[in-house]
Write a protein that binds this ligand. Structure first.
Ligand code: C5P
Length: 250
């Protein structure tokens, strides 16, 4: 568990980059996913508060939809956020990777640890965030929160037409698999180097570090750090928020 009362030593100040520029088409038509409301508050605000909830995080950089930076800035201004945290909004790019890169470009000097957190994971608990930061501070260049899988996973030859039968190629041993979440934590220089040198599409930032040949470590994730992707995830997120409110009331 983290010692949140300890001030950050020089050079290991921590910033969080939140890519929030995706359209979120799998949730159905409507506003960009990060701006959808959960419990009456935009998902992005939940995600920003989840990062700012860590006493170690002193800057949050939000990467907005390319044409939506002003709207996102007003949104942050309109919601209560901790005074001890600084906030920046920058326009994003066409891919998640590009959006993260644009967030990193806006990172001031003096931040040695960077978290990258999906706006689409609004409910990650602060202990998970602190666990990731602690592991980076302890010397890991890249840290990923993750959970064991409930489902067995099959590798298939993807069908050309969705819904067609797909031949199974392999069944990886489930006990060795982990489903990874965010925030993923990085030594800043390593992450910038990865963005400078690794080409090709990736689905998370840690895989870019793997491609550099460096070791990525996994720490325990949390079931409430799930990604809001499909309509059912919205139902689950509302239920988690309701339970938190009830618990806070007692
Ligand atoms: O699409 P996916 O769910 O993997 O997106 C993960 C995160 O990346 C989301 O928070 C989304 O807003 C962000 N993203 C982005 N820029 C893009 C595409 C996705 O910031 N061009």
């Amino acid at each position: 568990m983290s010692d949140v009362s300890r001030p950050s030593p020089a050079g290991v100040r921590t910033a969080a980059v939140i890519p929030a520029a995706g359209r979120g088409v799998r949730l159905g038509p409507g506003a960009p996913k990060a701006l959808r409301a959960l419990g009456g508050t935009p998902m992005l605000i939940h995600a920003v508060r989840a990062m700012a909830a860590s006493n170690h995080v002193s800057l949050v950089i939000v990467v907005a939809p390319p044409d939506g930076a002003a709207e996102v800035k007003s949104l942050l201004d309109a919601h209560a956020l901790p005074d001890r945290t600084d906030f920046l909004v920058v326009p994003g790019g066409a891919t998640r990777q590009e959006s993260v890169r644009l967030g990193l470009d806006a990172l001031p000097l003096g931040y040695g640890v960077v978290l990258v957190h999906d706006a689409a994971r609004p409910l990650v608990p602060v202990d998970t965030v602190d666990g990731v930061i602690e592991a980076v501070r302890a010397g890991a260049p890249a840290v990923v929160p993750a959970l064991p899988l409930a489902d067995t996973v099959k590798e298939v030859v993807p069908a050309d037409t969705p819904g067609d039968p797909e031949p199974v190629v392999a069944t990886p041993e489930r006990a060795r698999l982990r489903a990874v979440q965010t925030p993923q934590g990085f030594d800043r220089e390593t992450l910038v180097r990865a963005h400078d040198t690794v080409t090709g599409e990736v689905t998370d930032d840690a895989s870019m570090i793997e491609r550099l040949g460096l070791t990525v470590v996994v720490v325990p994730g949390h079931e409430e750090a799930f990604k809001v992707t499909r309509p059912l995830d919205l139902v689950l997120a509302e239920a988690v928020l309701t339970r938190r409110r009830l618990n806070d009331g007692f």
